[in-house]
Unconditional design. Sequence first.
Length: 162
Amino acid sequence: MKFTPKRMRWILNLWPPFFFNAIRVLHIGEDWRSARVVLKKRWYNRNYVNTQFGGNLFAMNDPFWMLLVMHLLGRDYIVWDKAGSIEFVSPGRGDVFAEFSIDDALLETIRDATANGEKYLHWFENTVNDKAGAVIAKVRKQVYVRRKPPKQGPTSAKRTAG
C-alpha cells in the first residue's frame, strides 16, 4: 500500500491514540515537508485542573518528525525515533496546535552525514501553541537515521562439472 500524504493523514486521524484523544492531523504537505496538528480540548482529555493533559501534548507531536524524514529520504534509509522531551511553558486552556517543517538544507545534512553508512542523530524542536500563538509547550525529538547497506546480489558463479 502506497502512503500518500492524504492517506497518511486519514489513517492517523483514525488511529486510536489520536482519535480517542481529540488529536487531528490538519495537514500533511503533498511533498512530505510539513505537517500541522491540533489537539482539541474536550471534557475527556483535560487534566484535573481543566487544562490540556500533558501526555496528549506530547502525543500530538510524537510521530511527525520521524514520518516526514522517512518519507523524504525514501526506502534507502532507516529512520527511528530515538528520544524525546517536553517542557510545559503555560497551561493549555483551549485547542492547541503544532507545526512541523523540513527544508532542503537539513535533508542535505542528513544525506551527507549518512553517506558512508554512519548513523546520524538529529534533534528536532517545535512548539505547541494556542490559537493566539502563545507557547504552551516546547518539544524536542531526536531522530536516528542511517543509510541502509547496499543489497548484495546473488552470487553468479556456478559450479561446473569437470
